[in-house]
Design a protein. Structure first.
Ligand code: CAA
Ligand code: NAD
Length: 291
């Protein structure tokens, strides 16, 4: 679809971001195919979409008919082969370059020649993902922010060979989803995470060094700087594994010790405390019944 408008969007990865992208795409009138390596997670992703849509109904931002129509546009798939009918595929799997490259090579084999392959990566080189395909001009970064239904931005990242037509198509699809786009070039962490992650990392160092408690650090940034949530709570929302992976990309790609991931962050990931998605990170997130 390098020049025409997308009708069918494939989303690979049904986790925090993938389910959010499927949510907004379906509400914006796109047909959506949602796949994950783990089929249970597709079901869980659709449940999360239903819950978010019910919340939108309660707030009178969506009608029951619109919800039914949007859910009816989401098809559950089980493998990259289900992307054969997609005009635009948005990859939202784990933030690991080797895993993403393998997926891009697979998508390149199964998707129609005109299809655009976009990555929701937070930090990884779009140019290197594109090099895993035979269509580098049709590979691009389409970086949604978390939570996808709430955040207004899509950072559009041009790889070395990304064409103007691909950039225009993806920007148009993002606008159709109600998002504002900002175009940036392909450097580690782009703009968003090059600026955000050092703050989160520094907050983790402050906690590790005993400067203050997690609550105190977050309160300073919320009340003192008017951030909607503190950096440690934000890290929990993003996922500590994802934060660590992004910091590794910044550290490796920019070669500056200031991006060295905080050892406490690394230890928490090793311990499986990944933030909201596992119920514990810098803060605790007990299940609804136990709060
Ligand atoms: N899905 C859908 N809607 C959601 C939602 C979700 N997961 N979470 C919250 N909302 C909605 C709520 O329904 C509510 O809507 P109304 O205004 O219509 O009532 C609104 O968002 C506010 O929610 P809450 O009242 O529950 O909570 P809050 O006021 O504390 O806001 C927040 C929650 C929107 C997450 C806010 O704290 C915030 O904006 N935090 C910062 C988020 C941020 O910085 N995101 C970027 C992360 S970095 C990134 O994404 C890039 C990367 O590569 C890592
Ligand atoms: P997540 O861990 O919540 O979900 C990732 C999903 O991908 C999981 O359901 C997993 O089963 C699936 N998966 C892993 N390998 C797969 C494969 N080979 N094929 C199909 N599915 C596979 O992660 P997330 O937070 O949704 O992050 C996804 C991507 O979005 C990452 O690149 C991340 O950097 C980026 N991102 C994350 C955020 C955030 O705040 N969490 C924000 C913007 C961008």
């Amino acid at each position: 679809m390098s020049t025409a408008s997308a009708q069918t969007i494939g989303v690979v990865g049904a986790g925090t971001m993938g389910h959010g992208i499927a949510h907004v795409a379906s509400r914006s009138g796109f047909d959506v195919v949602l796949v994950d390596i783990n089929p249970d997670l597709v079901a869980r992703g659709v449940q999360a979409i239903e819950k978010e849509m019910r919340r939108a109904i309660e707030k009178q931002r969506l009608s029951a008919e619109e919800m039914a129509a949007a859910l009816g546009r989401i098809r559950r798939g089980s493998s990259p082969a289900d992307m054969a009918g997609a005009d635009l595929v948005v990859e939202a799997i784990v933030e690991k370059e080797d895993v993403k490259k393998e997926l891009f090579a697979q998508l390149d084999r199964v998707c129609p020649p005109g299809a655009i392959l976009a990555s929701n990566t937070s930090s990884i080189s779009i140019t290197r993902l594109a090099a895993a395909t035979k269509r580098p001009d049709q590979v691009i970064g389409m970086h949604f922010m978390n939570p996808v239904p709430v955040m207004a931005l899509v950072e559009v990242i041009r790889g070395h060979h990304t064409s103007d037509a691909t950039t225009a198509s993806v920007s148009e699809a993002a606008r159709r989803m109600g998002k504002t786009t900002v175009e940036v070039n392909d450097y580690p962490g782009f703009v968003s995470n090059r600026v955000l992650m050092p703050m989160i990392n520094e907050a983790a160092f402050a906690l590790m060094e005993g400067v203050a408690s997690a609550e105190a650090i977050d309160t300073v940034m919320k009340l003192g700087m008017n951030h909607p949530m503190g950096p440690l709570a934000l890290a929990d929302l993003i996922g500590l594994d994802t934060c660590l992976n992004i910091l590794e990309v910044l550290h490796d790609g920019l070669g500056d010790p200031r991006y060295r991931p905080c050892p406490l962050l690394r230890k928490m990931v090793d311990a499986g405390d990944l933030g909201r998605k596992t119920g514990r990170g810098f803060h605790a997130y007990p299940p609804a019944g136990q709060r």
